[in-house]
Design a protein around this ligand. Sequence first.
Ligand code: S3P
Length: 736
Amino acid sequence: MPGLGRLVVIGLGLIGGSFAKGLRAKGLFREVVGVDLDPQSRRLAVENGVVDRCERDLAVACQGAAVIQLAVPIIAMERLLADLARLDLGQAVLTDVGSAKGNVVAAARQAFGADLPRFVPGHPIAGSERSGVEAANGELFRRHKVILTPLAETDAEALSRVDRLWRELGADVEHMDVTHHDQVLAATSHLPHLLAFGLVDSLAKRSENLEIFRYAAGGFRDFTRIAGSDPVMWHDIFLANREAVLQNLDAFRDDLDALRAAVDAGDGHHLLGVFTRARVAREHFGKILARRAYVDAMHTNDLIYLAQPGGRLSGRLRVPGDKSISHRSIMLGSLAEGTTEVEGFLEGEDALATLQAFRDMGVVIEGPHHGRVTIHGVGLKGLKAPPGPLYLGNSGTSMRLLSGLLAGQPFDTVLTGDASLSQRPMNRVAKPLREMGAVIETAAEGRPPLTIRGGQRLTGMHYEMPMASAQVKSCLLLAGLYAAGETSVAEPAPTRDHTERMLQGFGYPVAVDGNIACIESGHRLVATQIEVPADISSAAFFMVAASIADGSELLLEHVGINPTRTGIIDILKLMGADIALENQREVGGEPVADIRVRAARLKGIDIPEDLVPLAIDEFPVLFIAAACAEGRTVLRGAEELRVKESDRIQVMADGLAALGVKAEPTPDGIVIEGGAYGGGEVYSHGDHRIAMSFSVAALRAGAPIRIHDCANVATSFPGFLDLAARAGMGVREEGK
Ligand code: S3P
């Protein structure tokens, strides 16, 4: 935006000063002029390079300005706006930094009239322990969120001008409407401050409570830290955002009353429910949301893996628990009568999304702690309406399976997900569920979010699945728990059968006859113990790694080898891999083995199509095996790969090409010529399995591989980098 004229910043405190200083350093404006009532601040602002010059007089400063930033305390805003309205501001764009927006907009309308095309209300969510112009820091907003709340009449050019300025300062800009902003801030910032101020005061003014301060331990200190904030500023904010604060406060008072009643009645179940939900919300979702909100949206979520070439794998390792089984353990454990204990639960973001969804529907779930989860089942009819939409992150399994189960509930639900999940096809479940009587709304082309209307009468039916999908099959069987009569699903090829097995494990009859699974409503699930085996889909990375890295020998312990999942082993063996299953046993209805893998010379093959559904999640890493094999590997009949967490055919083909591998995508597969390859930059497109596959590829690369966008590895394989390093792979997070 070179050639912009003058930026005027009114109010040279921490926020105004930092805004001025950062933009001045960027040289976007011909000059940056500060206005402040305090002569000391004006002097310091010039001395410290915050502005080019200062003015006392508003009219002189603003005459012919391009952008005017209002950075005065919220209480002074009304007066300032009235003063500005008396001036000729020409084409200047007006913006502000107030932490409540409704009142600023109302004041602006009062001052300027109802129409405010050149006013762009804004709110940077940033601060510092320090204050005043002397603390101004041009980097203050980097990686911080700035919310702009444009009005219906806001001029597009004015909005994009302000938007651009904040982005230049490294901020992550979001647009929101005014009311929404004030509600969100009331909940996330204003209410906690009110409670902290209020609690400290309440304790302090009772003299008998003085003891509390003497013995103040972590709990008091941590909870009340924000009561040390600026009282005047906060007093302003509560007056400015009164309505939204009151609404949130009232809702909280109801919940507090319920907690009080539970303590009074000795209702441990209620307390445990609140505390376990709160804890996970705080710890886990805090992390996910913080990453998504503050980092992803800025496109600097780019967690980069740097994989060094070469390496040899050895030792024994146990990869985390099976993702499919972990999801189902929470679902069925919640719907069972009694307490289900799960061991080996996968503490990855996908399975945790399912866990959180059930907590939101009133199920008390303890853990996970070292893979142990205790689920206090509520029975098939015991779920409660969740307080809001169920956010399922990256997890297609959660969304598809839940949609079946939720179609039969008496309440409405909304299912949402991240950017990748929001692109995935849901008609494959919505369509048959509708045939059973469900009412489901989707976004365009059957994409999420899904709104599932409760209180429908579902009727069982027979469904011939057009694609081999365990998710669709499971979705319909779960709906069948609530549908009148029988629900049966025929699959065109075998897919994973964990749902059928686990339903039986919970004592619920499922008839399996050839390719048809059939369930009838009216039975019940009885709590049980579940031991989740290690996930063969996670073990797959190490199977390929040990196969392609010369001199490797690795033992993968306690891996689930359900025959509907072992396509990876069969395909690798066809390619000449040296894989042996040892110590085969059955654990809780699922076959398990230790898998020994030794390095071998792989050769290219035509992958038998009947193995495709049995290895559906393992193709990204199988493509790496193919790149290291002698000759050509051909995959057909795998169009499903195009609608996974990413288009796995295209994304892998692009990555392989970047390394110099000849890889030709086809509509339903890929043709890969094995041979030597180099290093380079590859993009996982946020797909966990692609990120891990290219980490494996480095074992045979001629140079390092930089893999972009790896944060989602945490969805299925927490601790991947540590395990990989322990096994002998040279992959780590860049910069660590
Ligand atoms: C899953 C089934 C598969 C698989 C997914 C997990 C499951 O999806 O890709 O990772 O747990 O049922 P489809 O059934 O859609 O192929």
